[in-house]
Design a protein around this ligand. Structure first.
Ligand code: ATP
Ligand code: MG
Length: 442
């Protein structure tokens, strides 16, 4: 173990959340060990602002519950304590210990660890010392402990050197650690992309052939990971690494089915386009961002399915499109559980693709007031760019101008389109004529 004195590192109390300091002080004052750990120590050492603060202690969840009135116990697999200060949540975990796999263990005992047949850790609630805890964490740079009593940093696994050299290294024997929790493969890639670091060869090597283990992870947990992977301003870089390590196909089998080596299909291009766009316009509205991302990524599979349904059932484009929506989204949700609220949002964006493509007199104003109009317009624009389709581009530009025009100009634009027959294409529903009579507008 290495102890780094306060003179030899750059973490200062003034940069740490006041609420995290309160929790640490309180625990120390009552005689418990307590340290800042994980992402916050890593990010402070890198001179970045931590996203959140994790604390680890030798106080048990029950003891924590008695000490902090503003706390709630969460998790089954890993029991954790959330201490709530308004909008800020400080996550406190009791030191994890090593677990001995014992077949005679009672499955119902909450305080033991439990494995599945294929080595996956179903529950990890054995408590131990700080040193045990350090070896139970995922990667070395996430296993540094900062103490506010003497302002030192403790490093049990070589995290400081890896941080200096920009190395993502799994703690322990990689294959076993991935089998225990396959999500660690996603975490390794995420931190490498986020911090622009490289993955140690022994950490990287097993990933492509163990990627399949992600199939054992509940889709709800993968949705949580999806948010962390793609909503942090480095989604495109993460995507490239996920593809390199054969993880992307496990998360999005429907999309990769259409991928080519040359990234030449509209699906390839759309995924790249929309991830780059999300990185640039990363805003705080998670529901909006996620719905836009899914709506764009799954747009072409949705169109493909619509066309297949038409061929099979010989029904109207609009009816086939609606039928396809449910199938496309339930297929996507098999791997990543998309919450209902986001599903509704995606459906709105897709339905609006048909409506936005038909500019129909006064209806244009009504459409523009639709709460999802902007998201739908963005997808229309992306499609136009990706397909390099002059008709779609014409439509997208028309809407772009219409949105910024004065009422007077808008009236002229609408008058003009009644005589404009530049675009009429009934099956894929592009039209720009007031005379276009399409039941979907009613
Ligand atoms: P972020 O900046 O994304 O919050 P983080 O490192 O704080 O990064 P968290 O998901 O908040 O990540 O987890 C906190 C800490 O818990 C990690 O730093 C790591 O030490 C430990 N941890 C999280 N997930 C795992 C896992 N699957 N296996 C082992 N340790 C984990
Ligand atoms: Mg964290």
């Amino acid at each position: 173990m290495i102890i780094i004195s306060h003179k030899s590192h750059n973490i200062y109390r003034k940069n740490i959340s006041q609420n995290a300091l309160k929790v640490l002080h309180r625990l120390n004052k009552l005689g418990y060990e307590a340290y800042l750990v994980g992402g916050s120590v890593r990010d402070l050492l890198l001179g970045k602002h931590p996203k959140d603060y994790d604390i680890t202690t030798n106080a048990t969840p029950e003891q924590l519950r008695k000490l902090f009135r503003n706390c709630r116990l969460i998790g089954r697999r890993f029991r954790l304590t959330h201490i709530i200060f308004g909008h800020e949540i400080i996550e406190v975990a009791t030191f994890r210990g090593h677990h001995i796999f014992n077949k005679a263990q009672k499955k119902t005992d909450k305080n033991t660890s439990q494995y599945s047949k294929n080595g996956m850790l179903l529950r990890d609630n054995i408590f131990g010392t700080i040193e045990d805890d350090a070896h139970r964490r995922d990667i070395t740079i996430n296993s540094l402990y900062y103490s506010i009593t003497d302002c030192t940093i403790r490093d049990y696994v070589g995290g400081l050197q890896d941080l200096k050299q920009g190395v993502i290294r799994l703690i322990g024997e990689p294959e076993m650690r991935y089998r225990e929790d396959p999500v660690r493969m996603l975490r390794v890639v995420r931190f490498a992309a986020k911090l622009n670091m490289h993955i140690a060869p022994e950490t990287a090597q097993p990933i492509p052939y163990l990627a399949i283990l992600l199939n054992n992870i509940p889709p709800a947990r993968l949705f949580e990971e999806f948010l962390k992977l793609f909503h942090n301003g480095y989604g495109y870089r993460t995507y490239l690494m996920l593809r390199k390590y054969k993880l992307f196909q496990l998360l999005f089998p429907t999309l990769t089915h259409y991928f080519t080596n040359e990234n030449g299909t509209p699906i390839d291009k759309m995924v790249i386009h929309v991830l780059k766009q999300a990185d640039e316009h990363n805003n705080n509205d998670i529901i909006l961002n996620t719905a836009c991302l899914f709506a764009a990524m799954f747009w072409y599979p949705q169109i493909e399915l619509t066309e297949q349904i038409i061929k099979k059932q010989n029904i109207l484009y609009y009816d086939a499109f609606l039928m396809a929506i449910n199938n496309t989204l339930s297929e996507a949700s098999k791997k990543i559980a998309i919450p209902k609220k986001i599903i509704t949002f995606i459906k709105d964006i897709w339905n609006l693709q048909l409506r936005i493509a038909c500019i129909h007199g006064k209806y244009a104003w009504k459409l523009m007031k639709h709460p999802k109009f902007h998201a739908a317009y963005n997808l229309l624009y992306s499609r136009a760019i990706i397909e390099n389709n002059s008709q779609l581009l014409y439509l997208a530009k028309w809407w772009q101008n219409f949105q910024i025009a004065t009422i007077h100009q808008q009236k002229i634009m609408l008058k003009d389109i009644s005589s404009d027959s530049t675009i009429i294409r009934s099956e894929n529903i592009y039209c720009l004529s007031n005379n276009y009579n399409n039941s979907i507008l009613i």
